[in-house]
Design a protein around this ligand. Structure first.
Ligand code: FAD
Length: 483
């Protein structure tokens, strides 16, 4: 199958302008610019236009026109994706930003129906107004859109208790590559009428359909909360403490985030308005959150009992429980700054991987040792959603090394880290997705039968290969564009 011709002609753009209005078919370079650069600046794309339909019908018109003309389409939410999935290489960008209505909050069914262009924050806020919780939570929540969250099956800090985006979606409305609209907008907990098609689109990174709306699950709003910051001697002890907390608190344990000493040191060095929650220095830290919908749940005593025993057993070296909203925000800020501050230490090579939770300490120990043996002075920062087995295993360049020389080793470190992940039956793309960055890497680690099935699905739903071509799984032999 060859790639379709993807340059939109003036006649083609004129037909879109007639239907959408010229002000919603952007062709000026400065108007298109924010849609052409990936959030970390790793890729720069190009497009003939950025189009902004106002509803599913207009999106369907755009897709049908592109299908007829063989013009490629890259869907865009907030453009906060971290794997190059939204970078266009010709054709048009279809922005979902104008589809931003909350259609319904059904408190009794515990669901919210929202259009794809709603920011994640606006959905959290609408849930809160109804005294409910929409538990998806990411550092980018003010900008990313629910359509993008669904397309990437985003994870974040609530996965331990509530699961990934996939676990929060009950129904979808999707525009298919040929312009048909699939109305799967149902708020059902049970529906065994054959294949559960919504799961094809969740995590498909815009390669199978354009999500235009979704029915999402809501949960009781938390009414009690405890946030704690602990220090310990490394990942193995952090795992033991996690297991104890999980056993005692069950689903009330809603976050367990791991931060290595190097990570906290970077945040303290480069972050603004940050405070160390503990006096001394420790090899590793964990940010812990317990929540409950019961206003009188005594989480404080629960946390103090488990952590107190762990101090007695010489597992926890020091612990602080937040006593105000400001302290809670301050502890979370340390975690949220982790990615950003790493850029201030020169080049970084990043891996977003997962292993079974039972292997997460083994992974951190083995992968850190292997990387340190491979390059003198490389600084390992493995942090993140420890309780989900998801580690952002990032490497900072040795002090004084040339950045380009370090980044040239990305493939070399991929092999070291991803081979260990594979040996532990883990995933080389835990929560950010595949996009372009991991497209070819995936072929080395994914079961070949799974890759064949993915290609078959892509070819069945998008036979002209016009929807986000070249991302996730390549149908043509075209190499990915260079970084
Ligand atoms: P975009 O970046 O616009 O698009 C992402 C992909 O989805 C692209 O392939 C695009 O074509 C496709 N797409 C977008 N909208 C649609 C649609 N409506 N229909 C079909 N396809 C579509 N991710 C996590 O999982 N966990 C985190 O904790 C996390 N933290 C982050 C923190 C920061 C500061 C940043 C910048 C990013 C973070 N991310 C995280 C990554 C990113 O925010 C998520 O991947 C998010 O889900 C992307 O949403 P978006 O609207 O920005 O999508």
């Amino acid at each position: 199958m060859s790639a379709p011709a993807s340059t939109p002609t003036p006649e083609f753009l004129a037909s879109l302008s007639r239907r959408l209005g010229a002000e919603h078919v952007l062709t000026e370079p400065e108007d298109m610019a924010p849609h052409l650069v990936e959030t970390r600046g790793l890729y720069r794309g190009l497009a003939g236009a950025v189009v902004r339909p106002k509803d599913a019908q207009e999106a369907a018109f755009v897709m049908a026109t592109c299908h007829a003309e063989g013009v490629t389409v890259v869907p865009h939410g907030g453009n906060t994706g971290l794997v190059g999935g939204g970078v266009p290489f010709g054709g048009i960008v279809l922005s979902l930003s104008r589809l931003n209505a909350i259609r319904e909050v059904d408190a009794s069914n515990a669901t919210i129906t929202a259009e794809a262009g709603c920011t994640l924050k606006s959905i959290q806020d609408a849930a809160e107004e109804a005294d409910k919780l929409f538990p998806l939570s990411l550092g980018s929540e003010g900008t990313c859109q629910i359509g993008g969250n669904i397309a990437t099956n985003a994870g974040g800090t609530g996965v331990l208790r509530y699961g990934n985006t996939r676990d929060l979606v009950l129904g979808l409305e999707v525009v298919l590559p040929d312009g048909r609209i699939w109305n799967g907008l149902r708020g059902l907990r049970k529906d065994n009428t054959g294949y559960d098609l919504k799961h094809l689109f969740i995590g498909s990174e815009g390669t199978l359909g354009i999500v235009t709306a979704a029915v999402l699950k809501l949960y009781p709003a938390p009414k009690s909360q405890v946030t704690a910051f602990i220090g310990c001697d490394g990942p193995r002890t952090a795992l033991t403490i996690f297991e104890r907390l999980r056993a005692a608190a069950g689903d009330q344990l809603t976050a367990y985030e791991f931060i290595p000493r190097f990570g906290l040191d970077m945040v303290m060095k480069h972050g603004h308005d940050v405070t160390r929650p503990l006096q001394g220095e420790h090899a590793a830290y964990a940010l812990i959150e317990l929540t409950s919908p019961q206003p009188d749940a005594d989480l404080q005593t629960l946390a103090e009992t488990v952590l107190g025993q762990a101090i007695e057993d010489e597992l926890v070296e020091d612990a602080a429980l937040a006593t105000s909203g400001a302290q809670v925000a301050g502890m979370w800020k340390l975690r949220e700054l982790m990615s950003e501050v790493q850029g201030k230490e020169g080049g970084s090579i990043k891996h977003d991987v997962s292993v079974p939770v039972s292997r997460v300490a083994d992974f951190l120990t083995e992968a850190s040792a292997a990387c340190e043996a491979a390059m003198d002075g490389v600084r390992v920062c493995g942090f993140g959603h420890f309780g989900d087995g998801n580690i952002h295993f990032n490497l900072s360049q040795p002090v004084g090394m040339d950045k380009a020389e370090f980044l040239a080793q990305w493939e070399h470190f991929n092999r070291i880290v991803h081979d260990i992940v594979a040996k532990m039956n883990g995933s080389i793309a835990a929560e950010h997705g595949v996009g372009l960055i991991k497209r070819d890497e995936l072929l080395l680690y994914k079961d070949p039968v799974a890759v064949d099935m993915m290609k078959a699905v892509k070819q069945a739903i998008d036979p002209r290969n016009i929807l986000n071509p070249g991302k996730v799984v390549a149908i043509t032999d075209d190499p990915p564009p260079a970084l």
